[in-house]
Write a protein that binds this ligand. Structure first.
Ligand SMILES: OC[C@H]1O[C@H](O[C@H]2O[C@H](CO)[C@@H](O)[C@H](O)[C@H]2O)[C@H](O)[C@@H](O)[C@@H]1O
Length: 569
């Protein structure tokens, strides 16, 4: 039996074109690696460099550089970089968000402890460091930049992530809403809408090298949360057409798969599938190295597609997507129907139904309510596992690679435990359907408690320590937030108290790491309070958009009493 990599094989799957600038910057990246060696080398830096002059002149100067033994000397490379490029990130200009105030009225009213309040205000003030606007030069000469000219102010995750990221933006917005920065939150959504207008979907990030894939689709959730705080119907009206476009992107062509369940019902579900089969430009030197053990060009192309599709999942990389967790070349993401992606699309359908109704577009509302019911049925038939009492990813395993309809078989559910197995809680409890069945919440809660995922400093991503960043012992802010919010909204007092306990542990670890290092981090090690995460293909990053957002959202929801200790216990 074979893993299915595309409805009719990867060879026929689409590939988006690249640009001459990206191709050149990739050559520069590879030359820089030869000059500088792998220690501390970050390939992304090179594809983020803005050109000072035209590409043709830059390429000519690059060709003229001396290369004794095939390698450009450090001093020549440095001079060339200084003469022909601006600093990476200089095409985004720091800008003070207009709606920022040092202590907004009504800020985190339930945070009574003075130490925690002072820290929360520092985290709040980090929005000033992370807010930027695209420089006029990018608009004037877009061909000299890999940065995309987004119209409004942007909030970036931080450090090497110098540009906007799609799913990160949801938790950034949750934090901005706690910070009462409604205009900045709306600007983030308007920027994403501008990308959907141009490309038909929200890109992984706002760079030309991210135009071949998306990221977990949370735009409807962003619009929904902003509406809840602002009652802005004009904003809803403006956003709705883009939400419809995005829904069709995830439910057509390569992203769509039909699975027939044991009762003979057919379910339309979605998967990650990048439109790319070459090394990712931002990590090309690493991807080429990872692919080096593969022999044929077509094996390499299939591997590169899996790598890019995994980046589309936001979980790059994780044993979740590999058939052998110690071998990255066994990534099989396009053959997996992910439980969280389908939960996000289920939520998108509920959100669209709700938002369309607000603006009296009743036919769209009814259509999406029906779509949400169909997805809810799929969540139950395809992903729910009654023995484990969790939702599991489903692997497409078939006799041929060209099935039009896959027949569901129980043993194709992935029985390994990942935090994603609990993400449907977030949607089901918001939808209140799960809450109607009190015993269901209890079952999922017990399953989470005995899963091995709960640790001293939060929820682990998985149980396998593979060295990949989306595996044990790393904990990520978005995963903590969705599971905690799902438990907290479930209507069960016990689930609510578990949610609060996880949130407290997460806040403490963020606080301890901040006090030690002076920064908020991209990921944390859930085994030890105050320890930052590691692993993966780049150095741990600081800043950090979604971590700041989740801390502020947790403090807003649960508060912090005067007499509760903030230090690690
Ligand atoms: O450069 C390597 C990869 O970096 C990104 O992924 C990680 O950071 C993103 C920003 O915080 C986050 O959205 C993602 O979940 C992380 O795994 C990027 O999104 C990848 O496409 C890229 O290849």
């Amino acid at each position: 039996m074979a893993l299915s990599t595309a409805p009719c094989g990867d060879a026929s799957a689409p590939v988006k074109p690249t640009t001459p600038l990206i191709s050149f910057l990739q050559r520069l990246q590879s030359a820089a690696l030869s000059t500088l060696g792998p220690d501390g080398f970050d390939p992304k830096l090179y594809v983020d460099l803005p050109l000072k002059t035209d590409l043709a002149a830059t390429e000519e100067a690059f060709a003229r550089l001396p290369r004794p033994g095939g390698v450009i000397p450090v001093s020549d490379l440095d001079r060339f970089l200084g003469d022909y490029f601006g600093e990476a990130g200089s095409d985004l200009v720091h800008t003070e968000p207009e709606d920022f105030v040092a202590e907004p009225e009504g800020f985190l009213p339930k945070v009574e402890n003075p130490k925690v309040r002072a820290w929360a205000l520092e985290v709040h003030s980090l929005w000033k460091n992370l807010t930027r606007r695209v420089s006029d030069e990018v608009r004037r000469r877009p061909e000299r930049h890999t940065l995309l000219p987004l119209p409004g102010p942007v909030v970036v995750p931080g450090s090497r992530f110098r540009e906007v990221y799609y799913w990160d933006s949801y938790w950034t917005i949750r934090g901005l809403l706690a910070s009462k920065m409604y205009d900045t939150a709306k600007s983030i959504v308007n920027n994403l809408i501008s990308l959907i207008d141009i490309y038909g979907f929200a890109l992984n990030g706002a760079r030309t090298y991210y135009t071949n894939r998306s990221e977990p689709p949370l735009l409807s959730s962003m619009v929904f949360e902003i509406y809840k705080r602002t009652d802005d119907l004009a904003f809803v009206k403006k956003s709705l057409p883009s939400l419809l476009k995005e829904h069709s992107f995830w439910n057509s062509d390569i992203h769509k798969v039909i699975i027939q369940d044991l009762q003979g019902c057919k379910h339309s579900v979605s998967r990650y599938y990048a439109m790319w089969n070459k090394p990712r430009p931002e990590t090309a030197t690493i991807d080429v190295e990872s692919a080096s053990k593969l022999i044929s060009a077509s094996q390499k192309e299939i591997f590169y597609r899996q790598v890019a599709s995994t980046a589309e999942s936001g979980w790059d990389f994780s044993s979740r997507w590999m058939s052998n967790s110690s071998d990255l070349t066994t990534l099989a993401t396009t053959s997996i129907i992910p439980v969280d992606l389908n939960a996000f699309i289920y939520k998108m359908e509920l959100d669209i139904a709700f938002l369309a109704k607000l603006i009296e577009d009743n036919s769209t509302s009814e259509k999406f309510l029906a779509a949400s019911k169909a997805r809810q049925a799929a969540m139950k038939s395809i992903f729910w596992n009654p023995e484990m009492e969790q939702w599991l990813d489903y692997w497409l395993i078939s006799k041929s690679n060209c099935e039009e309809i896959y027949k569901w078989e129980a043993h194709f559910q992935n029985h390994h435990i990942f935090a994603s197995n609990f993400i449907p809680l977030w949607i089901e409890t918001n939808n209140k359907d799960l809450c109607k069945d009190g015993t269901m919440v209890e079952k999922v809660l017990k399953s989470l408690q005995s899963s091995g995922l709960l640790h001293a400093a939060g929820i682990a991503t998985s149980l396998s320590n593979t060295g990949q960043q989306w595996d044990f012992p790393n904990g990520w802010a978005p995963l903590q937030h969705m599971i905690v919010e799902g438990l907290a909204n479930s209507g069960s007092e016990e689930a609510k108290s578990v949610a609060e306990d996880i949130a407290i542990r997460w806040i403490r670890t963020n606080y301890a790491a901040y006090t030690k290092t002076g920064a908020m981090h991209e990921k944390y090690d859930v085994e030890t309070c105050g320890k930052i995460g590691g692993g993966g293909e780049y150095k741990p990053q600081t800043g950090f958009g979604w971590s700041n957002g989740v801390v502020l959202a947790f403090l807003e929801e649960f508060g912090w009493p005067r007499d509760r200790e903030i230090d690690c216990q």
